[in-house]
Design a protein around this ligand. Structure first.
Ligand code: ADP
Length: 591
């Protein structure tokens, strides 16, 4: 499985993709929210202007934009516009972003469902439900934060525009002083990011150290090394504390800088006022208006810094989500692949070798033929490669070397759907999905009608226990199927394969023994199922092995012996040994 190359992802490209792919389908809501944020910003910034006009109305009534008596109405109007626009904006942006989150979850889940098995294995941790939801939450949460940042920026810009309209010289003085803070604050931000990643690393060191101590606790106790372990850990704890204090120090520096410069800004304004006092009779009104503007800007700009950090976290989560989405499945139908024509159901392995992505060589030049209608039993120790043979036939994995042929067609040359339609699987694990009992049989052939489902259940000796359920075929079950016994679950799985009626049957027998009665019921339905089908069976039951046309004995990825039971016993090799170990007593009683 080729890994997709690590693509560097920038903040901009991460959010751009999020916007186009997931937000754009909700563009009506999104754009309205963007416009409403501007309305909020204008209604907010206008307070500065209104404050100035109120002071003018108090001091120079003839120059005011509105009479003093209107002031309450104007203020209420602004407040009303602001609150309604804020409310609508919040609702709309959340509708758009939760819509995006929902679609992102669908896209990811889809990716997992269709991904190569090898990829799923690589990303075992990434695909865990917790991680899956967590990344989507962080990514969409940070999109929300970006929108909040945008809202704040619009408020800052709109307020500044109103301040300029009040008095541009004073505004300039104010902005000039505050811009002095930008450099140091950016510097501190950089330092905080560095400290934060060192802090993370140190947390890792501390956790690993403690974990090591606890896993080696026997050694530590036996040799009396407790003090040494404590000393080592204490050093790590101390380092962590130092880093934390440095972080606190960096954060704490921001407050005095902004406080100091805030004071300097007011002082600068006062200086400019003194200079212009005689020339501009409304200078006091301007000053008050600008103070109001500063009051509006200050809380916004303080929160702006945090947004950048959140945005960075969002990029990391988005990068993980995109990496999963961009993984191309390799096991797909070839372009122009024809459907499988499986009339005989002959299965051939031709010099097949296979290694799992982690390098484990599971099959080593395996060749065999299962002729039409034959039953071949695969036996061997756990880890011998039996399940791997089964994995390669439906192309859950592709052979590393050699070919797997069905009726002379390489499984890689036919469409995947037709290949899998040609196979039925009766396996020991996870045989049921949530739904009704009838649904669970119908998965075998989705178009089947009720009569066919019932016929399949009857043939699998499942009809009797299904009709005995409170709601018969309509009884709802969960994957755990607490109401069904092991034997009943197997017969459900057999009924499904009956309905599917594919020419090739892959049968993975359960290792756990059933009681004699359940065993007999399962046996009988299996016999009906395998009739006339080419059957490959990972065999654990003696009866299955004895009745197989051929037995393949596997060991360490190779077929080491093959033949009928009698032939293999006579050979006195691995099979004879295995047989002695597992079945001699059982055979004595079976014969
Ligand atoms: P069997 O079915 O005979 O018990 P398998 O086909 O499951 O044997 O395993 C064959 C070898 O491949 C074993 O060494 C096993 O550890 C390894 N193996 C099986 N599945 C995987 C996997 N998904 N990833 C890596 N190695 C695997």
């Amino acid at each position: 499985m080729a890994q997709s190359p690590e693509k560097p992802i920038t903040l901009w490209s991460a959010y751009k993709r999020f916007l186009w792919v997931w937000i754009w389908p909700h563009r009506g809501k999104f754009i309205t929210a963007v416009v409403l944020a501007m309305v909020v910003a204008i209604a907010t910034g206008a307070f500065a202007k209104v404050t100035q006009q109120i002071v003018i109305a108090l001091t120079e009534p003839e120059q005011a934009a509105f009479p003093l008596a209107w002031a309450p109405a104007v203020i209420i109007l602004l407040a009303v516009v602001r609150s309604f626009a804020t409310y609508a904006k919040q609702i709309l942006i959340n509708a758009a972003i939760t819509g995006a989150a929902q679609q992102m979850q669908i896209d990811l889940y889809k990716k997992f469902l269709w991904a190569d098995m090898a990829t799923l294995q690589d990303e075992a941790s990434a695909s865990s439900a917790a991680r899956f939801n967590n990344d989507v939450n962080i990514a969409t949460g940070s999109a929300q934060v970006v929108f909040r940042g945008y809202s704040m920026m619009t408020i800052i810009l709109s307020t500044l525009a109103f301040m300029v309209s009040i008095n541009w010289q004073l505004t300039l003085a104010f902005v000039a002083v505050l811009s002095l803070a930008v450099g140091p604050i950016l510097q501190i931000g950089k330092r905080m990011r560095r400290l934060s990643s060192r802090n993370q690393a140190q947390v890792g060191v501390v956790t690993a150290g403690v974990a090591e101590g606890l896993t080696s606790i026997r050694l530590i106790r036996t040799y009396g090394l407790e003090d040494r372990a404590l000393d080592d850990a204490s050093e790590d704890f101390a380092k962590l504390r130092k880093l934390k204090l440095k972080q606190v120090d960096a954060t704490a520096r921001i407050i005095p800088i902004t406080e100091l410069l805030g004071g300097v800004a007011v002082a600068a304004l006062l200086t400019v006022i003194v200079i212009f006092l005689n020339e501009d009779e409304n200078i006091i009104a301007d000053f008050v208006g600008l103070l109001a503007g500063m009051g509006l800007i200050a809380p916004q700009s303080q929160r702006l810094g945090k947004i950048y950090t959140k945005m960075q976290q969002g990029v990391a989560a988005m990068a993980r989500v995109y990496a999963v989405l961009d993984e191309e499945a390799e096991i797909v139908s070839k372009p122009g692949a024809e459907p499988l024509v499986a009339t005989r159901g002959e299965v051939v392995f031709d010099g097949v070798s296979f290694a799992y992505p982690d390098g484990t060589l599971a099959l080593d030049s395996v060749s065999f033929t299962v002729s039409t209608g034959q039953t071949v039993a695969f036996v061997g120790r756990s880890g011998a490669g039996k399940s791997t043979v089964f994995n390669l036939i439906p192309r859950l994995y592709d052979a590393t070397q050699g070919r797997v042929l069905i009726d002379g067609q390489d499984v890689r040359d036919v469409t995947i759907e037709s290949l899998r339609e040609g196979l039925s699987l009766v396996s020991q694990d996870s045989v049921l999905l949530s739904g009704t009992l009838a649904d669970n049989i119908r998965f075998g052939r989705p178009g089947a009608d009720d009569a066919q489902v019932i016929a399949a259940a009857q043939a699998a000796s499942a009809d009797a226990f299904i009709t005995a359920q409170p709601e018969g075929y309509a009884t709802k079950i969960t994957p755990e199927a607490h109401g069904l016994s092991g034997g009943q679950r197997q017969r459900m799985s057999i009924a499904r394969a009956m309905l599917r009626d594919a020419p090739i049957l892959l049968l993975d027998e359960p290792t756990s023994a059933l009681d004699a009665e359940a065993e007999a019921a399962v046996r009988a339905s299996l016999d009906r199922l395998t009739e006339g089908k080419t059957t490959l069976v990972i065999a654990h039951r003696l009866a299955t092995i004895l009745s197989a046309d051929q037995i393949m004995v596997m060991d360490a990825g190779k077929i080491v012996e093959r033949g009928t039971h009698t032939e293999l016993l006579a050979l006195g090799g691995i099979y004879a040994g295995l047989f002695k170990l597992q079945f001699e007593d059982a055979q004595a009683s079976a014969l």
